[in-house]
Design a protein around this ligand. Structure first.
Ligand code: GDG
Length: 465
């Protein structure tokens, strides 16, 4: 049997795969350890052209090789900051208003994909299976094919796939879908995403789609491929165990003391406009407005480490959030009460899990989200004897699985305020039964199931030659 080659924009460091960075890195590394192989991608460094061309740098952790390359400033600007994060990310999250399209950036995106593929070729053996991750690497398989690589190659899209009309706002939409069809297997987070891809293939590319439940065979642009739905998960029992282990640490005791008996609503997100942070703050304000009995009785802790801060739309969302937190706090604070504690910094993963366990409500309300692992982590971290309630946006992929959550529309501030009240006052028996429903869903479909199903489907794809 061949090895596994994982390709992703960023490669976890060997230390991160040992647990500190959390779920995904650990899950993917597990598959690499089982099969042996290579994890290939960008190191995260911006370097000179000669250093970039000298790569990849190899770090061996038997049986896995970490292979990373640096990017030049121009590549970083066009491929990463430009087309990936200022075109694809906003459009795939239905934020065409925040997207821009620059031909040069798109050309850079394709050029970097081709260059990365060229760098990988030397590390690939003929029997290896290749698993490529996410929107940065849509043209990667096409580039590999033109280097003569015929290995089975699968792609998993971590973010939503937009409906054809929205995708068509990106001028080279047809080329992008054509590139996707160079993979042998395409994995989506939800049925909706898979369906949107099929719609494009059938209606715009005049291809053929034959569905068998959540799997499908697709014929388009002269190629045959398969698609499937693979819902990414977490390892719930490991999170539960860690959250319990950390629950009596100093940071939790300090928080508890500072709350002085108030109820706690917890939110954790990368600082990103897709996560609905401003709408969430407004709905919390609405709660304080509509239900004065909660003033002084409930605190929202929002942890939002900044990301992609050199992309203009990310600077804007940060400023808006700071302004809104300040305004709402100005309106409802007392000498000993601050309704919103907004922490724009990164926290240790296990600290987060223990804070989830300490809270009465998990408030996860993205405007669009491929899956949303925070929602799953929140559930897994709860104390079964006294669980908190998950308030979850219907636009998170996780909403299709977590039927024990209180579901909300993040565009409806009044509805969200009502959902918060319902969650804050929910009796223990109902909280427990909702928790059990959600936990059963997490265990049925954990991170291992996601990974193993994708890889088993990939290895069943007929080889090109
Ligand atoms: C993409 C898709 C899809 C957050 N703040 C801190 C921290 N985190 C961790 C969370 C969670 C992860 O980051 C975020 O994962 P999400 O799934 O919520 O969101 P994205 O980053 O947008 O991920 C998403 C995912 O890919 C996987 O396929 O679910 O839809 O957008 O694990 O806990 N971790 C630490 N400190 C923080 O301050 N340590």
């Amino acid at each position: 049997m061949g090895r596994l080659i994982v390709v992703s924009n960023r490669v976890a460091t060997p230390t991160e795969t040992k647990g500190s960075a959390g779920g995904l890195a650990v899950g993917v590394f597990g598959a690499l350890k089982d099969a042996g192989g290579v994890w290939f991608g960008w190191s995260g460094d911006v370097v000179s052209e000669s250093v970039a061309n000298a790569g990849p740098a190899l770090v061996e952790e038997e049986p896995v090789t970490f292979a990373t390359v640096g990017l030049t400033r121009k590549d970083y600007d066009q491929y990463y900051r430009g087309f990936s994060n200022a075109t694809l990310w906003p459009v795939f999250h239905y934020r065409n208003d925040l997207a821009r399209y620059e031909r040069d950036e798109y050309a850079g995106y394709r050029r970097v994909n081709a260059w990365l593929a060229h760098k990988l070729v030397k590390l690939v053996d003929p029997e290896d299976n290749i698993w490529v991750h996410d929107y940065h690497l849509i043209p990667f398989a096409e580039a590999l094919r033109s280097e003569g690589v015929a290995n089975r190659t699968g792609f998993f899209l971590h973010i939503p796939f937009p409906s054809p009309q929205v995708l068509q706002t990106i001028p080279p939409h047809d080329e992008l879908v054509r590139s996707l069809c160079c993979y042998d297997l395409l994995g989506f987070q939800t049925r909706n995403d898979q369906q949107a891809f099929h719609d494009y293939v059938a209606r715009e590319a005049h291809g053929k789609v034959i569905e068998h439940g959540e799997k499908a065979e697709v014929e388009a642009y002269g190629r045959k491929l398969r698609t499937g739905v693979y819902r990414i998960g977490v390892f719930p029992d490991e999170i539960a165990e860690q959250a319990a282990r950390y629950e009596s640490r100093q940071h939790v005791l300090d928080l508890k003391q500072s709350l002085e008996g108030r109820k706690l609503i917890m939110s954790v997100d990368r600082l990103d406009y897709s996560k609905g942070l401003v709408e969430r703050f407004h709905a919390f304000e609405q709660l304080l407005e509509d239900a004065p009995e909660w003033r002084g009785k409930v605190t929202l802790v929002q942890i939002a480490p900044p990301t992609r801060s050199d992309v203009a739309s990310y600077r804007m969302i940060r400023e808006e959030l700071e302004r809104e937190a300040g305004r709402i706090n100005g309106r409802y604070s007392g000498l000993d009460y601050t309704p919103i504690r907004y922490l724009s910094q990164q926290y240790d993963r296990w600290k987060l899990m223990s804070l989830f366990r300490e809270s009465q409500v998990g408030y996860v309300t993205p405007l669009h989200d491929g899956m949303n692992l925070v929602a799953k982590e929140y559930v897994a971290a709860q104390n079964p004897a006294d669980p908190g309630v998950l308030v979850l946006s219907v636009f998170a992929g996780a909403a299709a699985e977590l039927s024990g959550a209180v579901l909300v529309n993040p565009h409806d501030a009044t509805g969200m305020a009502e959902a918060l009240q319902q969650a804050l006052s929910m009796p223990l028996a109902e909280r427990q039964s909702r928790y059990e429903i959600n936990m059963a869903a997490l265990r049925r479909n954990d991170l291992g199931v996601w990974r193993d199903t994708f890889l088993s489907d990939l290895s069943n794809v007929p080889r090109l030659r």
